[in-house]
Design a protein around this ligand. Structure first.
Ligand SMILES: C[S@@+](CC[C@H](N)C(=O)[O-])C[C@H]1O[C@@H](n2cnc3c(N)ncnc32)[C@H](O)[C@@H]1O
Length: 114
């Protein structure tokens, strides 16, 4: 259910209100970044990447994952447009804790029944 909704929303997900909220979340995340930036970040349920894409200059590697292929298309377009070389995308609901040093999960868990 969530997948279909977000596939449909993906192209018009970014709006002023969501961008402002993402900026607030990112500012809070920034206060808690590891001192060593030679790390991997996963933005799980990343949507259009509004939060994780703010950290491409900080982390060695970034993984943007989301169950919605529509969202993955949008974030992939942003990665390509920004010529971001240290980011990859995964259309999945799998999360391997061992792969990441930092995991961002913003506004996702309410959509995960289990
Ligand atoms: C409200 S959006 C939040 C997007 C982004 N994290 C943000 O804060 O801007 C929720 C996202 O969670 C994703 N999602 C929902 N269930 C998921 C699951 N089981 N695994 C991964 N992503 C999921 C949706 O596809 C959607 O992109």
């Amino acid at each position: 259910m969530a997948e279909n909704i977000f596939n449909r929303m993906a192209k018009k997900y970014d709006n002023e209100q969501r961008i402002e909220l993402a900026n607030t979340v990112a500012a809070e995340v920034r206060k808690h970044l590891p001192a060593d930036s030679n790390k991997t970040l996963i933005d799980y349920g990343c949507g259009t990447g509004l939060i994780g894409l703010q950290f491409t200059d900080y982390f060695k590697q970034l993984i943007f994952s989301d169950i919605s292929e529509g969202m993955m298309e949008v974030v992939s377009e942003k990665i390509e447009a920004g010529n971001v070389k240290n980011a990859e995308t995964r259309a999945t609901d799998e999360l391997d804790n061992n792969e990441a040093d930092v995991i961002i999960v913003s506004l996702v868990m309410l959509h995960v029944p289990e």
